[in-house]
Design a protein. Structure first.
Lengths: 290, 290
């Protein structure tokens, strides 16, 4: 019956379903298969928690090619493929915005809640906004806040759609272009820099954080969501392992320790840097105060 | 220092070694790395238990391509790539013979010991001998036995080298060509069919087993080493999962249950078929009696 529905061979479907059973994605009883509970929750397109779209980015041809050239990356100390994933207007970042959204949604809500606890936000800069989830979560928890979302123009279309779908479009403004080139404006009391710093070397991160510092009001906050390994660089596993992805896919990016993020932020002029105890799923929240 | 030795960047080597530490291949203390015990035993080329050579086959381009076209294989019920891995004189089988040898050595010794317990062997046919380890193990435990090793000509060069290295060359004879086409001769009291039947459909397996039946003396044994899943086809995991590899890489191969191997052997004329309780690492030993 599955084979019929999939227009595939019975033999192929039997072997595939057995394989998925062995790996706990399916449950086999006699000759019939049902979804295991994790699969039903996360891999059924009709589930609100569906995360299967993430593979459109995680297994995109360019990213796979980056990893296929890992040996060269280790030899040279950076991606073997030119600018790796960071070439301008790379359409893979549209796939990222569309595909990864369900993976970050929960973390974005936790982050917005944590930031709101400390104080209300009014004018918010969301740098490399991607799917927009982080800025939109802040907009939802700060009903007076206006969000200025920055990213490549093609990517911002995804963020805009999400802002519309989530009812905050009237307070959602687009600032297209490279975060390194455009004018952010100023008067912000909050800036979000989420999953961005890991793509660049420390000096480039410092340059960006200096721009953020200038755009913020005195007392303003820069909220950084990042993979933050411990100082041993081998724990916790997910954050620490992310360095290898950056080695394969970027010229000089890395997963930075809190000490490194602190030193980058201080060099950019920030007074105080805190590591929030909350966990944003795989990310941590670092807050730099102007 | 590692970077220097590898002529690689310090940054690349640091990130790679951290990643290998996270996955328990290395142990990190401060800024230095040592081999974890499993790595020292199995992944150091100087170790007698080195199995790293297996990737020369397991990650060979053709086999990877087979898996890359898995969706098509599921749809059609067999490899998407013509004859898959089974085209004649495919040089990957030389890589298999060279690379997989350390993976099967222990299982080959266990099998030879088990076969010797029951009775001594004199004239032994080793079909699809590959690295020759199974036949050579029998030769070592049966000092009077002569081994007739069959495989493609290019593959038999590896088996011959191993027979020389292990001191049984004077009792080691080559029978090059396809097991389906050549004349095995007769008068054998033992035939070894190791990791071969899974590459073919049941009817082809029966044809081969019938040829073996003819080549054996009355009372002779056919010893089959195979991935043998339980009748649920989802346990034990390694044997059951092997079906997917066959789906990806062959037109109609599979991991057969004992009941299927029994039915194939009986159809070929064998009187009795036993599943030996010993485990040959990932394989099981099935003995068919003429």
């Amino acid at each position: 019956m599955i084979a019929n529905r999939c227009e595939a061979s019975e033999r192929g479907v039997r072997i595939l379903c057995d394989f998925l059973t062995i790996h706990n994605f399916l449950i086999k009883q006699g000759a019939s298969y049902t979804l295991a509970s994790d699969s039903a929750r996360f891999l059924d397109r009709r589930s609100p928690a569906y995360i299967g779209s993430a593979i459109d980015f995680l297994l995109s041809p360019r990213l796979r090619e980056c990893h296929a050239h890992l040996t060269d990356a280790v030899r040279h100390g950076g991606t073997a493929l030119g600018e790796g994933m960071l070439d301008p207007e790379n359409a893979d970042w549209v796939k990222y915005a569309q595909g990864m959204m369900p993976m970050v949604r929960r973390g974005a809500d936790i982050m917005a809640t944590e930031l709101r606890k400390e104080r209300e936000a009014h004018k918010v800069l969301d740098i490399a906004a991607s799917h927009g989830m982080f800025g939109i979560a802040v907009a939802k928890q700060n009903p007076g806040a206006h969000i200025y979302a920055n990213d490549w123009k093609n990517v911002l279309e995804v963020a805009k759609e999400n802002a519309v779908a989530m009812g905050v479009a009237d307070r959602y403004h687009l600032v297209p272009g490279s975060a390194f080139d455009i004018d952010f404006g100023n008067g912000y009391d909050l800036a979000l820099i989420t999953n961005m710093l890991h793509g660049f070397d420390k000096s480039t991160c410092t340059t960006l954080m200096r721009k953020v510092h200038v755009a913020l009001n005195p007392g303003g906050r820069a909220a950084i969501a990042e993979f933050v390994p411990n100082s041993d660089r081998v724990s916790p596993p997910t954050a620490a392992a992310f360095s290898l992805t950056m080695l394969a896919a970027t010229a000089s990016g890395d997963a930075y320790t809190f000490a490194e993020l602190e030193s980058i932020s201080k060099a950019a002029g920030f007074k105080r840097i805190d590591l929030s105890p909350v966990e944003l799923d795989r990310n941590r929240l670092v807050i730099a105060y102007r």
